[in-house]
Design a protein around this ligand. Structure first.
Ligand code: DOR
Ligand code: ZN
Length: 346
């Protein structure tokens, strides 16, 4: 048996949804993580500080009494976002960050941003007072191939924002390409990126080979193996600009296994086991704590957590529970296609 003790991790990108799904999924995150940045793409989206505060209360009610957990709330950026309201929401601590969805890029993003120029005055205010900008980095133009949408976003949109506002703290979320790893590594020091466990574990074959696999469909879509390798390289080497954001995104089974299935992988349940295995496979376990517990806190100017967790490697591989129940419905739990020997000591 092998054991490692590390600082308790944070998940810098989660979808908790609302109502019954929220109650079912929140404990899957709070069991192992101390803090999370919570995405605002509900229907209707979280566009005001009042909505964010009420949503936070619903999340807090779903946290088991045995867990200590801090949900960090975000506001959904639209072309109508009011600068002054944003300023006071941030100063009051009602919101932690702002999320930019290009309109139409993903689940519930229709109220997102069509024209980046229209939000520049809001981004200037965010730069002045230090509100982080979280970006879903994909263009939505029909002519652009879905596998190229991240790269084109970086070239056409992100580079513009970074050059106009080098002091703005930006997270390019759930990156999926080698180009993104290079752009962020070489970019200004306020630019960082989050990476999901599923983009570290799978390449695009996992969606199509042997039959279509709707549970591996997410956005940005999985890419070629060279991209997965590039992500794994920056995650497992000593680069402070990359950290965990699981993008755990629950959808009910019927909504995934459908003629028009939803994008999203629900990965919180075994996330730490999977990551420990991936890092172990790369002989990079000493880097795990940086990726899951330190680099994100540094980017967001927060202290690292005081608590610790222990990960244990056993000789027997883990048996994954297949589903999380939501009343009489269920959500598929992410399981990679390699054996996992690590688990979190309870
Ligand atoms: O796969 C995804 N699912 N990507 C996103 O950007 C959104 C998320 C969701 O909300 O389901
Ligand atoms: Zn997301």
């Amino acid at each position: 048996m092998e054991e490692i003790e590390i600082i308790k991790p944070d998940d810098w990108h989660v979808h908790f949804r609302d109502n019954e799904i929220l109650k079912a999924v929140v404990p899957e995150t709070t069991r192992h993580f101390a803090r999370s940045i919570v995405m605002p793409n509900l229907t209707p989206p979280i566009v005001s500080s009042k909505q964010a505060t009420e949503y936070k209360k619903r999340i807090q009610k779903a946290i088991p009494t045995t867990d200590e957990f801090d949900p960090l709330m975000t506001l959904y950026l639209t072309e109508k976002t009011n600068k002054n309201e944003l300023k006071s929401a941030f100063k009051n601590g009602d919101i932690f960050a702002v999320k930019l969805y290009p309109a139409g890029a993903t689940t519930n993003s229709d109220s997102g941003v069509k024209d980046i120029k229209k939000i520049m005055p809001v981004l200037e205010v965010m730069t002045e007072i230090g509100i982080p900008l979280l970006i879903h980095g994909e263009v939505t133009d029909k002519e652009v191939d879905i596998f190229d949408r991240e790269k084109v976003f970086i070239d056409q949109k992100l580079d513009f924002i970074c050059k106009e506002l080098p002091e703005l703290r930006i997270t390019l979320e759930h990156i999926t390409t080698k180009e993104a790893t290079l752009y962020v590594s070489e970019g200004n020091e306020n630019l960082a990126a989050s990476i999901t466990p599923h983009h570290l574990a799978l390449n695009r074959n996992s969606i199509f080979v042997g039959g279509i696999k709707p549970h591996n469909y997410c956005l940005p879509i999985l890419k070629r193996e060279i991209h997965r390798k590039a992500l794994l390289k920056v995650a497992t080497t000593d680069n402070v600009k990359f950290f965990l954001g699981t993008d755990t995104a629950p959808h009910l089974l019927n909504d995934k296994e459908s003629a028009c299935g939803c994008a999203g992988v629900f990965n919180s349940t075994y996330c730490l086991s999977i990551l420990a295995q991936l890092f172990d496979n790369e002989n990079a376990l000493p880097q795990l704590e940086n990726f899951i517990s330190k680099n994100g806190a540094k980017h967001y100017h927060l202290e690292v957590n005081k608590e610790k967790i222990t990960l244990i490697k056993s000789s027997q591989n883990l048996t994954f529970k297949k589903y999380l129940n939501v009343n009489d419905q269920k959500i598929k739990i992410f399981e990679p296609d390699f054996p996992v020997f690590w688990k979190v000591a309870e």
